[in-house]
Structure formats: structure tokens, C-alpha cells
Design a protein around this ligand. Sequence first.
Ligand code: NAP
Length: 352
Amino acid sequence: MDQTKFMVYGATGYTGQLVVAEAVASGLRPVLAGRSAEKLARTARRWGLETRTVALGDADGLVSALQDVAVVLHCAGPFSRTAEPVVEACLRTHTHYLDVTGEVAVFEALAARDAAASQAGIMILPGVGFDVLPSDCLIADLAARHPGGRRIRLGLAALSGVSRGTLRTVLEGLGDIRIRCDGALVRVAPGSLRHEFDFGEGPDAALISVLGDVATAYRSTGIPNIETYGQANRQFRLLTWTGRRLGWLLARRLPRHVLDIGIKWGPAGPNERGRQASSAIFVAEIEDADGNRATARLRAPDPYGFTARAATAIAAHALRGDLKIGYQTPSSAYGADFVRQFEGVEWDQLES
Ligand SMILES: NC(=O)c1ccc[n+]([C@@H]2O[C@H](COP(=O)([O-])OP(=O)(O)OC[C@H]3O[C@@H](n4cnc5c(N)ncnc54)[C@H](OP(=O)(O)O)[C@@H]3O)[C@@H](O)[C@H]2O)c1
């Protein structure tokens, strides 16, 4: 069967709906997929789009839903719970796989499917959203300008509300902080490492956090030591404290389930005004074996809007056949300059 279609799985979620709106605005006609026929019908009605209802536990159903799909953009997270069945189906249907995860374990699990992806002739490209597309481009560019880098430190200062899905994902990973050390992923305690970054107003304290770049920057640059940090504002200090004290509990199924129920009562995500007022700044620092450092900073507006625009742009490339087979990071597939095309992105080279 000819594969020409573009599917958004998880199209009824906060991010999925932003992606669908962006895709339609850019001339695409995605097939909307998810587990709830009723929610899909409500979302699809607005644009008159086709829907396909299939649960992730239904392996054969997923294969038949993806049979004529060239590219799927997976937006149903936390991806630790959802990525595997979609990728497995994509390998069977030869469908290119994209998602908006930022989860280290998910990037690692998908990287392990590289050979299978090559054999199936598909691209597996996770992380086409706010985290990690801009930071991956920033780091890849810095590493190319400074060959011989041995350590990367990435800081994030975010001024943004979060969606239910992001909150669920963040709480799930709160106690599981990883850094890359001599090529291996090593677990460290929340709050156990500190670093200073200039987010634009001089040196600012940051605490160790968990960003997907610990996985992706390693694949993009080969640099064996990577740490990611969050600006130590009041909110992030509270998250760090919670991760330290309650991380073990939040990783368990029952408390997670109770939290999921609580989160359902909260807002779906920032409203249009909240999104317009939000922004985030990444600072990447590279260090060589002699301790010489160089830094670059990238500011992007509206992380959720950015996610929708970036994910749609990548889907459009993949649909045109502009892609690389195998497991990819955003910069390995589309180059470090890819992020520069998006409106509002500001990039400063802060040489050492
Ligand atoms: N990296 C980034 O920059 C970035 C940006 C945005 C979002 N994200 C991630 O994207 C994910 C979704 O975020 P969101 O804000 O859109 O969340 P959301 O509003 O809660 O939506 C989640 C969507 O996923 C579906 N879903 C969840 N679990 C599922 C399962 N087991 N089987 C089938 N469908 C399932 C939900 O379907 P139902 O409605 O049927 O429950 C819903 O459509 C989160 O993991 C978030 O961290 C990442």
C-alpha cells in the first residue's frame, strides 16, 4: 500500500492539539489518532480530519492503523509508558517515527533500536519539541566550533506554565537524575551538583536536573561527560527538594496513579496569553581537557508553541523524504542550524 499519510498519535492532548492546529495551518492534513474515539471526534470536527481510534495495548490494531502512514508524530506521554508500542508498530509498517519526548530513558531505549530502524528503512527521531531540539542544535554547533571538548554543561531557565502531561512526566522522573560520566549514564542525588550559568543577567546559580540532552548530546557530539541543570529559582528548588525526599515514592505505580488523578483536575496547560508571555533560555558550556571553556546561549519564546512549530516542520521534511534512516537526534538529522529558522529564536555566542 502507498504510504503518504501523516498521523498525529495523542492528538487530543494539550500538545497534540497545538500540533494539529499548526499542521493544518501549514497545509498538512494529519490523521488524528488516540485511544478515545469520543475525544478524537471532538478534536477532528473542527478541521474535518480523519480519525483512527487504537489503544497502545493493541499491537495488531496499531499496525493496521499505521499501514498507509508515512510519518507518525507521537504526542502521547509520558513516553516511558507509550513510546515502545508505537515504535514497534512503525518497524513493522516502515513508518518514520517522531515524538516530543524529553525523557532520558526513552531516548536511550530508542537509540537501541537504531539497527532495527536501519533494517526497516525508517528514521526514529525523538525529541522534536522544545526539549531537546533547540538545545541539541546549540550543543552540536558549540561542539563543532570547539573540537576537543570533553564536557558539556547545559543550563535551562524557563518562564513557562506547564501542561498536565509535562507535569506527569516531570514528577515521574523527579528522583531519577542522570549525568553522563565517561560515556556512561550515572545516577546522582537531586541537588547534589551546582553550577553557575549566565542566563542573560550575570552569573546565576543552577542545580542538577534531568534533561534529555544527557542522552541526545552524547549521540550528537560523542562528548563523554554531560550534565544538565535548572536555574535554582524557588520553584526548581522545591522540585529538587521533593525529588530528594519523595523521588523513590513518586516512581511507584500507586502514588503515580493517585497523582495522575489529582493532575486531571488541574488546567490542561497554559492558555494563549500564558503561552505568549512564556519563554525559555538554554545556556550550553563546553570544556576541553585543559579546562578551557566556551559558552553559547539560546532564547526561544513560548515552549509549547515552539514544540508545535518545530515538530510540524520536521514532519513536513520527513513527508517530503528529506530524512536520515536510523536513530537520529534533531541535529544529526537536520543540522545544528535547523533551530535558527524559527521566529523569536535568539542565539548568542559567548566565547570564553
Ligand atoms: N519535550 C518537550 O518539549 C515537550 C513539549 C510538550 C509536551 N511534551 C510531552 O508530551 C507529553 C504529552 O503532553 P501533553 O501536555 O500533551 O499531555 P496531555 O494534555 O495530558 O495529553 C496526553 C495525550 O496522550 C494521551 N495518552 C496518554 N497516555 C496514553 C496511553 N497510555 N495510551 C494512549 N494515549 C495516551 C492522552 O489521551 P487521553 O486523553 O485519552 O488520556 C492525551 O491525548 C508529555 O510527556 C510531555 O512531557 C514534551
